[in-house]
Design a protein. Structure first.
Length: 249
């Protein structure tokens, strides 16, 4: 589940589970930081966020059906509150595209011709930078093909409702009345996650496969580290640090 879509209880359960890597004290700090980061979905400079999920992600409930139901309702509330900037796509179980969603991947593009596209793989324990241009191009190809085969957001919202109904029957949670057609299902969704900041554009389809596209201009405000939820983010700093660790200049 993408962090930008996670509800607080889901975050805390994830971080403090037997397979998590955070203590209860650390978890509270990370939950607070993630919730601050989610505020980037609000306001006049809100990011355009696209997430690609498999239906299995909706149905899995390792911390109990009630936590998962609250999580799915949180996703719906985000979609309905931000119909022009939040786009969530769900691949039904059995769709061949599910085979391509095998891990979190970020693709970063830069304006300078001296900075080729790179990829960033990430899991709960570590991340790895992939600078090989062929591998980055192949990942971009997979991303575009999977997104093109996705159902529209209206169908994705139906799958979320079905998952809530299934989990409700397991948990005994009263079902909420179905709402009318969401404005999000009648619009043409954005195809990218874009930061509304000068000189930088980020696009992402997060969950199992992700993409970030950024433009870095030397000397511009966009080339400096920005803080997202209290965590500094600088693509160039990450790339340079990775190269230094391997003895590269």
């Amino acid at each position: 589940m993408p962090a930008m879509l996670q509800a607080p209880d889901y975050m805390r359960a994830l971080m403090t589970s037997p397979y998590g890597v955070r203590s209860a004290v650390e978890a509270d700090k990370y939950v607070e930081a993630r919730m601050r980061r989610q505020k980037r979905l609000d306001g006049p400079d809100a990011v355009h966020f696209t997430a690609m999920l498999t239906e299995a992600v909706l149905l899995q409930h390792p911390w109990g059906p009630k936590v998962q139901i609250a999580q799915l309702r949180h996703i719906k509330s985000l979609i309905e509150a931000h119909p022009d900037t939040v786009d969530v796509r769900v691949i039904p179980l059995g769709a061949p595209e599910c085979a391509a969603l095998s891990g979190n991947v970020y693709l970063l593009d830069f304006e300078s011709c001296w900075l080729p596209t790179v990829a960033w793989f990430e899991n709960a324990l570590f991340g790895a930078l992939v600078e090989d241009p062929v591998q980055a191009r192949n990942l971009n190809y997979v991303y575009n093909n999977v997104f093109a085969a996705m159902p529209d957001q209206g169908r994705s919202l139906d799958l979320i409702d079905q998952a809530v109904h299934t989990l409700t029957s397991l948990a005994g949670v009263p079902a909420r009345p179905a709402r009318g057609s969401s404005p999000a299902s009648r619009r043409k969704p954005p195809t990218a996650w874009r930061f509304a900041l000068p000189g930088m554009r980020c696009s992402s389809a997060t969950a199992n496969i992700c993409e970030i596209r950024g433009t870095i201009r030397r000397g511009s405000r966009s080339s400096r580290s920005r803080r997202c939820g209290g965590v500094p983010f600088s693509p160039m700093r990450s790339i340079r640090a990775s190269r230094r660790s391997r003895g590269c200049r």
